[in-house]
Structure formats: C-alpha cells, structure tokens
Write a protein that binds this ligand. Sequence first.
Ligand code: G3P
Ligand code: MG
Length: 348
Amino acid sequence: EKDSPFIRPATTTADEFALAFDIDGVLIRGGQPIPEAVEAMKYINGENPYGIKVPYIFVTNGGGKTEAERCADLSRQLELEVSPGQFICGHTPMREMAEKYNTVLVVGGEGEKCRIVAEGYGFKDVITPGDIIKTRHDTTPFRKLTDEEYRNSRERNFDDVNIEAIFVFADSRDWAGDQQIILDLVMSKQGRIGTRSETFDEGPPVYFSHNDIVWSTSHEHSRIGMGALRASLEALYKAVTGKELTTIAFGKPQLGTFAFATRLLQQWRKDTHGIDRPPQTVYFVGDTPESDIRGTNEFNESHLSDANWFSILVKTGVYQEGTIPRFPPKKTCNHILDAVKFAVQREF
Ligand code: G3P
Ligand code: MG
C-alpha cells in the first residue's frame, strides 16, 4: 500500500477530528504489537489516500511504570515515537491526590516500580507491602520476601505512622499478602498498623487505578485483572467484618478519566499541531465494552464533553465475536487498522 499511486505525502493535519486508543487488546497483546497496529499507526501519520495526519492520544487502564517508561516501550513496539504528552494510564490521574494525602500505601506492580511512580507524582511518604512485611514478617504467614525484595524494602518503626490512603497502582503480584495487608489497614484505627478498630469504619480509603475484571493478554482467553482483586477484597471484608466496604476506582469507564483525556488531547493538539480549539469528533477505539465503550458512550452523553465521542469496538481483545456486548459501540471493526480507516473515511 505504501507504493500505491493513491497515497500522497501528508500535507495537512486533520483539525475536525481526533483519535484516542486503548492499548491492551487494541494495539498490544502480551507485550507484542497486534499484527495490524504498526500499519494503522502509519496510516494515521500520513500514509493514507487523503494525505492527512490525524492527532491521537492513548488512554490505557494499565500501569505499573512511569508514563515515560511506558511510552518508551510503546515507541519500540509500535515503531514510532510516543510522547508522555499523549498518554494516560490508569494511575496518571492519581497524581492529583498527592496533595491530599501524606503517608500512603502503594500496592502492585513489579519490584519497586510503583513506589518510584508514586514518588514521581509527589507523594511524600510512600509505604509498600514489602516495607510492612520486612518490618513484621509474620504479617503474611505464607509470603516471604525474595532477597531482592528484602533489599529494596524499607524497615521502619510504624508506631507513630498513620496510613492515610491506599492506592492500588498496578496488578498485585501476590493477592493473598496484599489483601491481608489492605484488610488489616481498613480494619485498623485510622490506618495505624497493628491496631484494630472496634467499628471498622475509620480505616483509610482504598483507591484502585481501574476496575477491569478481565483484560486481554497473549492467552487466548481473557485473564483476571485489578477489578477482580477489588471484588475479592470487598467480598473478603464482608466475610470478615459482616460490613460493606466501599472502594473507589479510577480509569475507564469513569467520566473523570475521559475529562482528563479531553484536556490532554486539547493540550497535545495545541502544542504539537498548533490547533487551539476542540475537535468536533473523537473516535475512541477499545476492546472492552465495560470500560472503553461504556465510558466513551456515557462521556459523549454527559455535559462534560464538548466533542462527540464516537465508540469503536475491535475484536482483537476482551470482546469476542458472536457475543453481545453489554455496552453497544457505535461501530464494530475487526481490528485497529479497520477502525482507523473507518474513522478517516467517515470524515471525508
Ligand atoms: O491492566 C490493564 C488492563 O486492565 C487494561 O488495559 O490498555 O486495555 O485499558 P487497556
Ligand atoms: Mg483494552
């Protein structure tokens, strides 16, 4: 298609519309690009019959790394430069909570990466489950820290420390241990480790960076994700205390995430393309009806949106052909390349 006489070099940037992409199940699966992803990126960067470039951003529920590190991965996988200025992951909006809470527990992810992310967001005192286990190893009877985890964890005196909030930044690598520690804290006296509340209603709030029950990896069937941990924790709390635990989820389908994406896109269009007004239409391409399609549709219908948000569901991830999606998209496409071609053609 590259050599097709119908493709002109890109001379203009589309200013009436923009694209927003989910990542897992749309562009990437199990660390590898989806076959059509690289070509789709070339298409929207000018290798199309219209000679246009279309501005785009990425909105993933995933996380566990700094935005810069994740963009470097994406740049390699998609064979083009992806900037943090066009990227939001599940925990990006949690940055705004750094002013509200001083001492926080950060859960999930590989090694110390999430501590580094949280400190980068400006959280002043970040505790990890590893710190708690290192200080008091019988906290989790069947979980022993590896030598590396032991070296990285920070032993400290928790006697005067109140954990003010709990943030699950990325998928837990140890559900039992992490749930034990979160449960201890939500049942504590005001987040003080080792204490037990009489009423269980004074513990810290628990924030999850998203609520995806399942997500798409290299396995042929969807795998359980952070939303599953959330459901498990809430059920566990109920079983232990007889009470309901209310936790809070960020990420898609939350409208706040789409509002955040709107601001990011606005800034990106201005800084990179010199367009200083909102687009008429934003095409959102996702694979998960419960987060991508639901969020796009509800944001479109909300008073928060100044553009039309148009949902496109692809068949390369969580959604499986032949099933009826709980939240119906405006358009269903086989894969990302079909989706971007559909969007561009719809505009011409
Ligand atoms: O853990 C990540 C996953 O739940 C979803 O990522 O890119 O499909 O929003 P994404
Ligand atoms: Mg996805």
